[in-house]
Design a protein around this ligand. Sequence first.
Ligand code: AMP
Length: 230
Amino acid sequence: MGASVTHQPIRAVFLGAPGAGKGTQAKMMAGRCGALHVSSGDMLREHRRRGTDLGRRAQGYMDRGQLVPDDLVVAMVLERIRQPDAGRSWILDGFPRTLPQAQSLDRSLHAERAGGGTAAVRHVAYFDVPDAILVRRLTGRRTCSNSACGAIWHVEFQPPRVAGVCDSCGGQLAQRPDDREDVVHQRLEAYRTQTEPLLDYYAGRGVLVEVDADQPPEAVLADLVGKLDG
Ligand code: AMP
């Protein structure tokens, strides 16, 4: 067996529908291999919280369950992975979500390589979960509103000891506005029409691995590591 993926620089894209568990896996994997976890959704929510121009421009799209325009998201993510702390290892969670975003990422990494930098996206993991499970996962999700904590619970799959209260810090739990059922259906539709074509795009480059993400997080992580190493 070759060197473990967790001991090499990792430049990965995590793909999958909203609720597939990309964020959970990206956090665990980033922790294991010392990579930067870059979540475009978290970055956009942070811009909204701070009331930046980008946050204001993104909010209507996010609340409706639509994708934020490519130019806004591309600039935000590419700038983030060019920061010195991104180093050579990162995991992109929720980006790219459209073909033009994937092409912009490729162009940027290609330009970096021409300048003597390291290589392009090496690993793309697709987290597969049936639709009915996705809806239950998203609509039952509750997030700690204490931004220093941000723990995620689930009314059915991982309930806190006291309903509505975070076990970790005692903060109030809230439902993300875009986890309401009507918006969830919009987000899944955006995924099907705009993001799913990326599976073919990356499969064609031979960098795509598929993981059954309808399992407990530790089992998904074990599959993921095994497949990336293979
Ligand atoms: P997430 O937390 O990844 O589910 O993202 C929440 C929302 O942020 C999405 O429904 C979109 O409105 C927006 N968003 C996040 N990442 C992207 C992206 N790569 N392209 C466009 N919109 C995005």
